[in-house]
Ligand binder design. Structure first.
Ligand code: HMG
Ligand code: MG
Length: 300
């Protein structure tokens, strides 16, 4: 057993959580959400995405949001960037960390970023090089690591190949995304085993969706293999616009509840987090997707 003593949580609610909302969420609400999340103790908050507004209208205010963002010391605010155009726009408004996003499925890569896996890697290479020159950190995502909504099964060897390509080009961390939440613990372990043949464990993050209710089980399995970074979304918001049927990301409240029970440090105030989950859910007119959040607030 190699369970880490502490984990870093990468809060993806303001980006991955909101990107699928049909109603445009006002920039002021997004900014308040980010500020509340930082006040809960989260140290990495994915703020927005510099993608085509035709593809993801909800992220069209990315430059405005980054210009208005009040940054706290010690908190990182990464933004998604698919190409040089996105990188230049992010750099112009002071982004200090970006994330490029590829996939382990050809079909998903085409639907999500309109190119093959190989083309996407060729597109990311100059972005990563330019980011390094500008002293901007780069995270790499691999989507569909446990299954694809278009092509079904995805081989762990393919996940390892794409993860290694992103790591070798200079991404400091590789986030492994179960985009449609079809994974189960044994499959999670097998996929991580394959990836760690090519990328050090300390450079991996788990990004689980709760579509089939398996996210916490998969996080538990990943944690026991040694993964110490997990992406999650406040109130379980989200889903990918190019992964039909993908429900929310795992809720940050549920992950923090799990870690607290296991005695694994997160540095996050769980009650403040539950209140933030309740607040944003109310603002966008839905019930919180976090079971832990709902239960904690019902007791108070
Ligand atoms: P394309 O249509 O092939 O791009 O899209 P293009 O280069 O041919 O350009 C077409 C138009 O887009 C042009 O404008 C460009 O200027 C513009 P026009 O001349 O037609 O007016 N354009 C841009 N505008 C703003 N920012 C940019 C940009 N680039 C081009 N960066 C592209 C290719 C990659 C741009 C498009 O497919 C895209 O934006 N895709 C993003 C899709 C997305 O954001 N998906 C959700 C995030 S991924 C995810 O959620 C999964 C993850 O969470 C992990 C997991 O859950 O597993 C990460
Ligand atoms: Mg996601």
């Amino acid at each position: 057993m190699v369970r880490p003593r502490g984990v870093r949580i990468v809060e993806v609610g303001p980006r991955d959580g909101l990107q699928n909302e049909k109603q445009l969420v006002p920039t002021a609400i997004k900014l308040e959400l980010i500020s509340r999340l930082a006040a809960c103790g989260l140290k990495t908050i994915e703020a927005t995405a510099f993608v085509s507004p035709k593809w993801v209208p909800q992220m069209a205010d990315s430059a405005e949001l980054m210009r208005a963002l009040e940054r706290r010391d010690g908190v990182s605010y990464p933004v998604l960037v698919p190409n040089m155009k996105g990188f230049e726009a992010a750099l112009a408004v002071g982004a200090q960390e970006i994330a490029v996003f590829g996939a382990a499925s050809e079909a998903f890569s085409q639907k999500n970023i309109n190119c093959s896996i190989a083309e996407s890697l060729d597109r990311f290479r100059p972005v990563v090089a330019a980011a390094q020159t500008a002293n901007v950190k780069v995270r790499g995502y691999v989507s569909c690591v446990l299954g694809c909504p278009y092509q079904g099964a995805v081989a762990p060897a393919t996940v390892a190949e794409v993860a290694a390509a992103l790591y070798d080009m200079g991404c400091y961390e590789i986030s492994l995304g179960d985009t449609i939440g079809v994974g189960t613990p044994d499959a999670t372990r097998a996929m991580i085993d394959a990836v760690t043949q090519r990328v050090p464990m300390a450079r991996l993050a788990g990004h689980f969706h709760d579509t089939y209710g398996m996210a916490v089980a998969n996080i538990s399995a990943a944690l026991e293999t040694g993964v110490a970074v997990f992406d999650s979304s406040i109130a379980g918001l989200g889903g990918c616009p190019y992964a039909a049927g993908a429900s929310g990301n795992v809720a940050t409240e549920d992950v923090v509840w799990l870690m607290r029970g296991l005695g694994v440090e997160t540095g996050v105030d769980l009650v403040a987090l539950a209140q933030t989950g309740e607040w944003i859910s109310h603002r966008i007119g839905r019930e919180t997707g976090s079971k832990a959040g709902r239960a904690l607030l019902a007791k108070r």
